[in-house]
Design a protein around this ligand. Structure first.
Ligand code: 87F
Length: 567
């Protein structure tokens, strides 16, 4: 899908530059004695090795710099600006709902963290501790927040006295640390990440239930309206929910290149579990003491990685306009035969266009560096995923229009010079935004298999599909599916494992290395790894009476569940 479109965009661009050089009557090599190569290094093809493509996509585009602590990455301005866009939207939306921002400390005392043993238990291997300052041991180690329930709720217990103190709805934008042992992936699984965590307390369950869905809706809007990534909203199974809460809702996305699902964000109703533990009580209108009902909800910098994986192609990032740090890049194409006067006129026109776009709220930039060729700049901004490129050469200028190229599909369009430019660019960006979401949605929808028999389940997964299946919601059937699709459960998994084992055993040089890479690529395509429930979608197809659970357990299905191999 992506590869052909990218190549078209790039080759045509370079061709055009070359044609202009030829028109100038000079041999190409001599045309621009450039200190830099004709184009930046190309990326590995997605189909060859998706993990390597991803790593190159995020580094060549200047989103990420690697760091010497495993699982930690530098977010450079090109990715941080996307996070700021998400923050800007989400922060304004939650404030409109009545949520306030606050900041709680990074550290949590051992006693406080362990006050709430049950919820932390399964997570404890991931908690990072500070045990020393300088050369001296701390009297009691302090943990670095992996999430802030145990930091915030003791304060909630102090602040909430009466029903007049409710609801209490606080959010914080912070970093958290979870010392993961699984293979890290920038944005998707990192030991430190940025997020917002919201924590609310209400007098009634009904109010809490409403908020859970309001927040989930905002998460869906971040993905669909900002990142152009379609998501499926639903409820987590009992096995997959946050164990400390009552129920968990989620937005689930899909990576078409490897057929993997990914959890986008979660909004939990905690019920009264935490209020019991932390004694968060209020006196109601009838002077009765009651426990508050609580929610918590979080969205992380994983959003950026999902966006990269869903939209990127063999030429690099493809950013949706709503979050692109630069939405329009303007590149003047002149050759040695052009007079200084022509060059100055075009440069002036480009600068004026960028200023007019800026004044209209469009993030535009002129790349007027004279040490890079036009072809180099085209490929560079393609790698960075800028949604719209405007070229301006003498012929374009004479015709009164920029030659526009859409990053998402390489389609060309003319945009008028002068006062009509901002409205035309706005319309083009809006169309790109809508087309990117529509394309991702069509691709996702084409990868949802409706399966009612066990025999069809693994073949669907192995085609890289998500599976929608009638399910009993019994936890033992979910565990059984995990078993069946786990490490030794499928042929692809077995082959990949064998190749990896051969390589590890030192089966010999290049062949073993190639096998190991093949195994890695297979794994990255999602053809290995156990399947689990992603969610029980809120939008349910009709379930005919008497429909049985697809696992062959003989139990009645209670609804449709979405299954997949996931990150
Ligand atoms: C890791 C270490 C310690 C996840 C952890 O989802 C504790 C935890 O409680 C932990 N990893 N969780 C669950 C987080 C629940 C909840 N917190 C607020 C969210 C959204 C934001």
């Amino acid at each position: 899908m992506a590869s052909s479109k990218k190549e078209t965009g790039l080759k045509l661009s370079v061709k055009k530059v070359r044609a202009r050089a030829r028109a100038a009557g000079r041999p190409l090599a001599a045309r621009r004695p450039s200190p830099t190569p004709a184009s930046p290094a190309p990326l590995r093809a997605q189909a060859d090795n998706f993990p390597e493509w991803y790593s190159q996509a995020i580094t060549y585009s200047e989103m990420i710099e690697y760091y010497d602590i495993s699982g930690c990455y530098i977010l450079r301005p090109w990715s941080f600006a996307i996070w700021e866009s998400i923050q800007g939207f989400f922060d304004a939306q939650i404030k409109a709902l009545g949520v306030q921002n606050a900041y709680f400390p990074l550290f949590v005392a051992k006693s406080a963290l362990e006050a709430e043993k049950e919820h932390v238990e399964g997570f404890s291997p991931e908690v990072a501790w500070v045990t020393r300052s300088g050369a001296s041991e701390l009297v009691e180690p302090i943990a670095i927040r992996p999430t802030s329930e145990t930091i915030m709720y003791p304060a909630y217990a102090k602040w909430i006295r009466s029903h007049r103190d409710l609801p209490l709805r606080l959010n914080q934008w912070t970093n958290v640390v979870r010392w993961e042992f699984k293979h890290p992936t920038p944005f998707l699984r990192t030991r430190e990440f940025l997020w917002q965590e919201g924590h609310s307390a209400f007098a009634t369950r009904a109010e809490a239930d409403v908020e859970v869905l309001q927040i989930l809706d905002l998460y869906a809007r971040v993905y669909e309206e900002l990142l152009a990534v379609p998501v499926i909203k639903g409820r987590k199974s009992e096995k997959e929910k946050f164990a400390g809460g009552l129920y968990t809702t989620t937005v689930e996305a899909f990576i078409p290149t490897n057929g993997r699902a990914i959890q986008g964000a979660t909004s939990h109703c905690l019920g009264q579990n935490f209020s019991k533990m932390f004694k968060i009580e209020f006196v109601d209108g009838e002077s009765e003491r009651r426990l508050v009902w609580q929610n918590s909800w979080g969205l992380t910098t994983r959003t950026i990685g999902v966006c990269v994986m869903v939209h990127g192609d063999d030429a690099g990032l493809v950013l949706p306009p709503r979050v692109a740090p630069v939405q329009v890049v303007i590149i003047v194409i002149v050759s040695a035969k052009d007079t200084e006067e022509v060059k100055a006129r075009l440069a002036g026109e480009a600068a004026a266009a960028a200023a007019a776009l800026g004044a209209a709220g469009i993030r535009a930039k002129v790349d007027d560096r004279d040490n890079y060729s036009g072809g180099w700049k085209f490929a560079h901004w393609e790698q960075k995923g800028v949604p719209l490129r405007l070229e301006l050469g003498p012929r374009d200028f004479a015709a009164g229009a920029f030659a526009g190229v859409r990053r998402c599909d390489g389609a060309k369009l003319a945009l008028p010079l002068g006062a009509a430019l901002p409205a035309a660019a706005r319309a083009a960006l809006d169309a790109i935004q809508a087309d990117m979401l529509a394309k991702a949605r069509a691709e996702r929808d084409a990868h949802i298999a409706v399966v009612t028999r066990w025999a069809d389940f693994v073949p669907a997964l192995d085609r890289g599909d998500l599976v929608l299946a009638p399910w009993s919601e019994l936890i033992e059937t979910e565990e059984w599916v995990k078993e069946q699709t786990g490490p030794r459960g499928t042929a692809a998994a077995a082959a990949a494992a064998a190749a990896a084992a051969a390589a590890a055993a030192g089966a010999g040089g290049a062949a073993a290395a190639a096998d190991a890479e093949a195994a890695e690529v297979e794994a990255s395509k999602g053809l290995t790894g156990a399947a689990k429930t992603l969610c029980i979608p809120f939008e349910q197809p009709p379930l005919p009476a008497g429909t049985k659970c697809f696992t062959g357990s003989g139990k009645d299905a209670v609804g449709w569940a979405l299954w997949g191999r996931s990150y």
